[in-house]
Design a protein around this ligand. Structure first.
Ligand SMILES: Cc1ncc(COP(=O)(O)O)c(C=O)c1O
Length: 377
């Protein structure tokens, strides 16, 4: 049985009517489809303060620019994240400060963040790993107390909630990814939710710092535009939006299936010598974004055996994430030490991510479970 690690839950047939519309109106890039798509995402998230962009990476760049941080300001972020969270801080001329994760939730630890505060700390980026919500009221209080901008790298956490509220409700900026493997995909794409009074600035930053969106200009407005900021070229195209529009009506159903598959994995692995991700206190399983299903074994050798077994049976796996301090670039440029991140390292050493997507059948999942159990029991 061949089971890929990821499989986008969208078919050409469901996208075709939207693509046809994009070709028939003849515009292709950011236009009416992108506008409808992002309005739909905003409706799902309960906000109008949302701008579509070309990736979550672009959203992070724009959030850091909109927060008006200055060169040398320190930004706290977890060592356990994708490189985009780190690189965007570097590229903005800011100083990244890596902190450890909580050993139970595998999310950035508030205690560790507090221990790394200095008088130069200006922002913190939290990453709800795999879609696991963070105890955001406590993070909001922390950010307010220390006058920090609270940014969420919500690449995994579109549907996630903490105590029935979407995560963006607690943050200053929330960045989303619609990359090919994400819960909602446009192949490449992203979004940023921001405070109402920053909406125009965020829009402007997403397109060259231009005062008016280009497609509105071409649609009959004045030829004149102004550049009011140093901006990015980070707009989402109508072609990409067409792929997203086809999935929007299924978003809740897809998320429910991801939660169901997560519960099946949890039950099947309950008696095995491995660690599973815990929710933070006060949340329920359906509030998890259920983007990834990750386990962590007691040692790297066992992890490698499981990955080999699965691979030899045609089952795709991954490891999320190789910690930021593990790369040659970061090792050469910063003096990070593995021993400063014991919980990140403990998790990473045994980490395996298993297939999790709405089109994964029970029979396919049972096969994955069988192989993991056979290797461990
Ligand atoms: C935590 C996290 N942040 C940011 C990104 C970057 O997203 P994008 O590819 O949309 O720029 C990813 C991508 O997988 C991610 O996992």
């Amino acid at each position: 049985m061949k089971i890929p690690f990821a499989r986008a839950p969208v078919s050409f047939d469901t996208v075709a009517p939207f693509l046809r519309e994009a070709f028939e109106n003849g515009w292709l890039t950011t236009g009416p489809l992108a506008e409808r798509f992002i309005a739909g995402v905003g409706e799902f998230l309960g906000t109008r303060n949302i701008v579509s962009v070309s990736s979550c990476t672009a959203a992070l760049q724009i959030a850091l620019a909109a927060a008006k941080l200055k060169s040398g300001d320190e930004v706290i972020l977890p060592a356990h994240t994708f490189i985009a969270t780190f690189e965007t801080v570097e590229l903005a001329g800011l100083t990244p400060v890596l902190v450890d994760i909580d050993p139970a939730t595998w999310n950035i630890s508030l205690e560790s963040a507090a221990a790394h505060l200095t008088e130069r700390t200006r922002a913190v980026i939290c990453v709800p790993f795999a879609g696991n919500p963070l105890p955001l009221p406590a993070w909001r209080t922390f950010a307010d107390q220390h006058k920090l901008t609270l940014i969420l790298d919500n690449a995994h956490a579109l549907e996630a909630k903490f105590q029935n509220r979407f995560l963006h409700e607690y943050a200053d900026y929330s960045c989303y990814s619609f990359y090919a493997t994400k819960n909602l995909t446009t192949a490449e794409g992203g979004a940023i939710v921001c405070p109402a009074d920053k909406l125009e600035l965020v829009r402007t930053l997403s397109l060259h710092g231009m005062s008016r969106a280009a497609w509105k200009r071409y649609a009959g407005g004045s030829w004149r535009y102004d550049i009011v900021e140093t901006g990015y070229k980070a707009n989402l195209t109508d072609i990409h939006a067409a792929i997203g529009l086809a999935q929007l009506p299924l978003l809740q159903k897809h998320h429910a299936r991801r939660i169901e598959l997560t519960a099946r994995y949890h039950r099947a692995f309950a008696d095995l010598p491995l660690r599973r991700q815990n929710l933070p206190e006060g949340t329920l399983q359906h509030e998890h974004g259920a983007h990834l299903y990750c386990i962590s074994l007691n040692d790297a050798a066992r992890r490698d055996v499981i990955i080999e077994h699965l691979q030899s049976e045609g089952i795709g796996t991954s490891v999320h994430f190789i910690p930021i301090y593990e790369f040659s670039h970061t090792k050469n440029k910063y003096s990070f030490h593995t021993q400063d991140f014991p919980h990140t390292h403990g998790y990473f050493s045994g980490a395996v991510s298993l297939p999790l997507y709405p089109t994964l059948s029970d029979a396919e999942q049972d096969e994955i479970i069988r192989i993991v159990r056979d290797a461990l029991v």
